[in-house]
Write a protein that binds this ligand. Sequence first.
Ligand code: VG1
Ligand code: CO
Length: 559
Amino acid sequence: ASVRVVPTAPIDGQKPGTSGLRKRVKVFQQPHYTENFVQSIFTAMPTPGPLNATIVVGGDGRYFMRDAIHTIISIGAANGISNFIIGKDGILSTPAASALIRKRQADGGIILTASHNPGGPQNDFGIKYNIRNGGPAPESVTDAIYRASCEISEYKVTQLDTKVDLSIVGSQSFDGFSVEIVDPVQDYVELLREIFDFELIRDFRLKNPNFKLLFDALNGVTGPYGKRIFVEELGFSENSSLEQCTPLEDFGGCHPDPNLTYAHTLVERVNREHVDLGAASDGDGDRNMILSHDWFVTPSDSVAVIAHYATECIPYFKSTGIRGLARSMPTSCAIDRVAKAKGITSLFEVPTGWKFFGNLMDAGRLSICGEESFGTGSDHIREKDGIWAIVAWLNIIAYVSQKSSNFSVRSIMLDFYQQYGRNYFTRYDYEEVDADGAEKMITHLRSMAYLEKDGGIIGAVFNGYEVARVDDFEYVDPIDNSISKNQGLRIIFTDSSRIVFRLSGTGSQGATVRIYIERYDDKHIDLDAQVALKPLVDNALNISKLLEFTGRKEPTVIT
Ligand code: VG1
Ligand code: CO
């Protein structure tokens, strides 16, 4: 095919955040914007580069995705990519894309999503580059992409006589490259079948016909995956177990984020219909929420419970064992207690964002990990995996039901707390605040890392909690020794309670302040988390002067 060179100039702000470049659709639609960024990805693609490479391409089906895919094919082929593997109609959940990159030993992948951010012409779009292990590109690569975007002077496009047809499964050959359209669900289902005990779950469902499962895809990409797995493989009823399972370009106008605020219709239905296991995932399918009519499982607890039961009942972990456990820094320490009890010494605390887990997995030192932000997963792929987490819970419930009549989500959690104690956890988000005020607040907090007598807060007592330490989290990757600084301000109290402050790296507008609060208790395990954490929440607001710096009285979301 003939290649045309298009002159261009750098466009400001193409710096990938926690999970790729996320902006308003309108921003991506500006002349040269998407082209510049896509060219920058190919320019920065790790050695040996794009020549004769195979890449996986797909996304969550949101508005503008198809345009972006055609741009990627055009610029990718002009840069030497010889083989594109693309989900039918462009659809691939983030975990399915990761699985596909690994299975097909592709050289990398481009995932088109803004995750849980709303979609549609007025909302968000995103482009994320994943490397050959199937995981998000590490900072060395995203920095190189950003540098390329700052220096770009031209991009190359391919002149095609016929447009690539995304709707037909099979191979299409073009002059100099080929496109393979694949069923987005098939390989992923095969993978999960190997990991979990589907037979046990099917058997459980037959023995407990009154057990109610309700899965809500929030009109995101996981609808077809949920239908295939929960209905066709595991036998749950399509009518009563699935909700919002058709992927829509604008997610039906909803905010496809599985939490108590944005998935409230699910929460209401779970309560009304006494659902035993309610679950949701986000727009691109990597997040999950687990609840029941009488319990909400915080993600920090969810990953700890999965780690607790993994080698007892999940075939994959029965065979691999647990090589290690990990969590992001703000995630509660519940999983640390599981590691300790099981004698697992390979335990890691990494910065926010899934990319930090990949190196540990590749080195064989990590099996199960999670983030408080509704992200749970394992080394079966290199992304967090919403459907995986939900099937893990089904597998655990089915297993517990063989030994006890108390197999509800609530009793599983109370049993867990009985054994380990409880790490109460909550997160307050203040979205779209003034970026300046937010920065000033962080600077103010940083200035408090001194002893009280020197004007800091170490040694000071707030609501009965004495400050032991204030620091800004820094991570040295144990595999490649890369250093990530300024990953979150921590105030740690003498009883190990913590308050963490960070600014989001995924927002597309203004700044988002996140406050994470945690307290351990092994005596009172069934308090309401907001009650148990009230004094610490007050401390957080007090010490940070959040109201003064941002003008915000109430958070946008509490989880
Ligand atoms: C947020 C979460 C983080 C998660 C990231 C991507 O990042 O806090 O834990 O890994 O989103 O998730 P931030 O920088 O906004 O706090 V997803 O489902 O958007 O790929
Ligand atoms: Co997501």
